[in-house]
Design a protein around this ligand. Sequence first.
Ligand code: 8GP
Length: 814
Amino acid sequence: MAKYLAEHERKMQLTKEEFKNRLKRKLNDYYEEDIDTASTSELFAAISAIVRDGYAPQWRRTRIAETKQKEKQVYYFSIEFLPGTLLKSNLLNLGWLKTVREALSDLGLDLDKIAEYEPDMALGNGGLGRLAAAFMDSLASTGYTGNGNGIRYKYGLFKQKFVNGYQRELPNDWLKKEGHWEVRRESKSVLVRFGGKVNMVEDNGWLIPQYEGERVVRAVPYDVAVVGYQDGLTNTLRLWDAEIPPEEELNYPTISDRRRVEDLTSILYPDDSNYEGRLLRLKQEYFFVSAGLQSILDYYITKLGNKNFAQLSDYVAVHINDTHPAMAIAELMRLLVDEHRVDWDTAWNITQKVMSYTNHTIMAEAMEKWDVNMMSELLPRIMQIITEIDRRYCEGLKGRVSDAVIDRTRIIKNGQVQMAHLAIIGSHSVNGVAALHTQLLETEVLKDFYNLYPERFNNKTNGITLRRWLQIANPELSDLLDQTIGKEWRSDSNKMLNFEKYYHDTKVLNQLHEIKLDNKKKLAKFVKEQTGIEIDPTAIFDVQVKRMHAYKRQTLKLLHILKLYQDLKARIDHPKRVIIFGAKAAPSYVFAKQIIKVINETANMINNDPDIHGKLKVVFLENYNVSLAEKIIPAADISEQISTTTKEASGTSNMKLMANGALTVATMDGANIEIKDAVGEENIFTFGLNKDQVYKYYAEKSYHPRKMYEEDPVMKKAVDALIDGTVPNCSSEGQALVNNFLSDNEQFLVLADFEAYLKAQEKVEQTWAQKRIWQQMSLVNIAHSERFDSDKTIERYAQDIWHLKKLKIEKVDR
Ligand code: 8GP
């Protein structure tokens, strides 16, 4: 240990000269190149190797401390992890960012340019995956040992291209590039079984399963280091890949047999509109859950030397991130009962204490249900165990609550396995991700469960990695914070509140304005390069970045755009505005793809209309991902958070945008409510139906949008633009949108909020004219974003749900 410490200290003290020497050596060793002849990819690979050498000793040291101190560890099971790129964040967390940036600059090189080479690790789709990555960073940065457990998808989330305004999906072959962060850990491989038959046979009075004709797949872990923020701690994100076990090669004789195994971890979100796609998805879920749990138990037995499983929950917490890993409950039961011969009741008790579950959405389609037949065929033993859990659940409640409650809450219903029910019944904690969302879980969506187990429910409002969204994405703003409130905010976000003291400081307000303008110029340059569209950095940059989904209501923004366009055509003036979208539609989500096409055609029409004199521009940037977000968010003036109230569980782009000084236009949904509480009503533009009004429409079936449309000429004109030939080249998609808007069954109530939304936008325009007030509002938003630091969120999970203690790692002196 002493040797590691000494080595570590030496490596951590990186001077510019030392870095330059290391870079020279790496380039020479790897590629026989000099600094001035090396390509960007070679430079990237060499720098990432230096970074890996930098954290290797502390990674090792963390593992040693874990086994020595035996503190409880959390394993965050998630089908998505969206870390984005890692070079700059690893540099930042090691404390090297500034040194390396300056050293490269001495050599005539630009760190940002080199960093651009790195592909995004886009092993996720949206908020849920990004949150998982933020939590990894925060666990390491707050001193806890936490492990991620997920899938090493060969292709990350698809690369989005627009062709004639339509979304096209291309494979995202992120592993092809050089300089990976992962380490293959073949010695930690485990076997996972699928299919076949199970016969229960007696063995010493114990019924154990005998498998027949099953397919065995080898799960090989790839570990990615998660470097804590300058605290000497490095955790592990373990991602599993599927391979054919060497001893089973004969069972996979053909190329297509082999491909079937490889396919298991090929793609994120197989198309679930067909049987094959759903089956693959189910396989993926079981695969990473089983592999993860096997490796946890293996560690418990071999490294911690413990065979008493009754104590498992003193050492291990498993977190189920949404329902995708919910099978962990049945799999842990299987491992305990079948493999380790723990009796059912004890095993169940252990399982409930180990497991906890977060719900991320109340949208019904995301509440997973699996066909019993499919599950029985693919995972016969797991299906038996779930059946038994369900049977005991029903039996336990019989006579205590009504049959109707049992029927509504049981796991197996109508030939389907309700994964959320399994997750709740098998866990000790169920949390929502913002106060309103948790309240809705308790009073509406999971009401029966809340009545049964009120003590399990709790709220944990989401957070974001402020380090990435400020220190990496917005260095200028970070510098201004340093100059005003001192550097402490970088490690203690509470200090950001001190920024409010500069509310009346004209110099600081002007600096804020300059920084924003500068970020907008950078984005304008990028937009020009990417799309050819010229945008004016002095215009309002109005940003909506998130998954494309009907409930998020990019359509409401579209109607606002059409209204602005029609006004400008009629010579009704508005301040200059650039509307910026970033969004991917799920490949099989037809309506979301239609929205993309219509927005693209609308953008084309407006951007090329000389009558508008550039007063309005619409930019839909392709391939929204973490890296693109880092470019857009620092340049935003307005943050669009306009989901139908009750539908957005939390939202996290709202937090990133406020931290960068954008002002929010918001419905009182998800975490928007908490943002309003933090900044005060006067520093946010709120509008729209409240929760009760939304539920009233649903309950009374009283939503009649056609009437609203007929009675409001402004609305009618904006809607009609989609079908009267105003917006060209998208008549069928435009018609689909209009049919949707005008249907009594349109559950996202777009037209009901139209008028209120226009009013909120008028207020935006009035405020924009009062530059000082705008900057003051922006300053308040930046200061109060500290409330949404994911380090704080993770402290609450660690204390209330996982019951973790911090690992003791001697602080590394830099
Ligand atoms: C998202 C929620 O939509 C968002 O409000 C929340 O901030 C975020 O989770 C983190 O809690 N939900 C998802 O990303 C989601 O449900 N994804 C499923 C489709 C997989």
